[in-house]
Design a protein around this ligand. Structure first.
Ligand SMILES: Nc1ncnc2c1ncn2[C@@H]1O[C@H](COP(=O)(O)OP(=O)(O)O)[C@@H](O)[C@H]1O
Ligand SMILES: [Mg+2]
Length: 301
């Protein structure tokens, strides 16, 4: 048994058996992090999940979605952006999106969260057109945009204020989310009294409090040290196993993508470079796909 996997998940978790997975044989750089995605595959076949008792995630679909930023007025260069991109994500799937800086990862999340409007194509969430901000979708960013004048609990409950919930219900939901990230004892602290990792946990709790059917994360752990990043990754997986949101996790770290995702989507210059199950991939495959010519040809393994 791999002690790294069993350590992060609460012992009373009914899914504890599914996270006790074997370490993969060493394959290049990908072997530096344990592969947890096998646990996800096991979890996807547990009776509770099959019965729909756990999965609450929504299907996401993008069809020929394209977004171009306004061209540089000095001319010359082609306008940067994303697409055309076609992608279909299953309810409850944990997908990691990788790609070098400038490959369109944040643009993709901007389109999904309604900050940007596609110039072409259609997007749907749970079969319904997605054309602006919707409450069942939340975004966690690298820079935790937390309010310093609110307590930890106030920050976590902030997104619930616009919902039709009574005060006690709001408080209970915020406390439950804080508990999920292991910070219930910090409820009345101020943000400046927390470490970087704890602040990112608060950001995650704020997103979880609204019980999103789609959770978007834009390089959420990249400002943290390696140990904290791995620890938070494991915790996120534990939460996902019990909560079942569909997750789109953006990272430029290939090992992180391989260790967390069930599936990895690689973007290069705004185009799909590769889309494959994480268990079929090595970091070498991803590197090769990202380094291939900018032909936009997508590689399916
Ligand atoms: N506000 C903007 N105006 C013009 N170009 C932008 C803007 N934001 C991003 N871009 C360009 O769009 C491309 C994709 O950016 P982005 O989605 O932020 O990439 P990533 O998140 O993968 O680093 C890049 O070439 C970037 O320079
Ligand atoms: Mg980005």
């Amino acid at each position: 048994m791999n002690e790294h996997h069993s350590r992060r998940i609460p012992l009373n978790d009914p899914l504890i058996d599914v996270v006790q997975v074997k370490r993969e044989p060493a394959v290049g750089a990908a072997a530096t992090l344990p592969r947890v995605n096998q646990a996800a595959h096991h979890a996807a076949s547990t009776p509770a999940v099959r019965a729909g008792a756990i999965r609450t995630g929504a299907a996401l679909s993008l069809s020929d979605v394209e977004y171009r930023y306004a061209a540089d007025p000095s001319g010359g260069q082609q306008a940067a952006g994303l697409g055309p991109l076609t992608l279909s994500i299953q309810p409850g799937e944990f997908v990691c999106v990788v790609g070098p800086s400038g490959s369109g990862k944040s643009t993709l999340l901007g389109l999904l969260s309604g900050f940007l409007k596609p110039q072409q194509g259609q997007m749907t969430l749970a079969g319904r057109p997605l054309s602006g901000p919707v409450p069942e979708l939340t975004l966690v960013q690298q820079e935790h945009a937390l309010f310093p004048w609110l307590t930890v609990l106030g920050n976590v409950g902030f997104g619930l204020k616009t919902r039709r919930l009574g005060r006690s219900e709001q408080r209970a939901r915020a406390l439950a989310a804080l508990k999920q990230v292991g910070l219930e004892e910090y409820a009345s602290r101020r943000i400046h009294q927390l470490s970087g990792g704890q602040r990112q946990r608060v950001s995650l709790a704020r997103a979880l409090a609204v019980q999103p059917s789609l959770l978007l994360l834009d390089e959420p752990f990249s400002a943290l040290d390696v140990n904290t990043r791995q620890q938070l990754g494991q915790e996120l997986l534990g939460i996902w196993l019990t909560q079942g949101s569909t997750v789109l996790f953006v990272t430029h770290n290939l090992d992180e993508a391989l260790s967390l995702g069930q599936r990895v989507v690689a973007l290069r210059a705004g185009q799909l470079a590769l889309d494959a199950p994480a268990c079929d991939l090595t970091a070498g495959d991803l590197k090769a796909a990202l380094e291939e010519g900018a032909t936009g040809a997508s590689k399916k393994l």
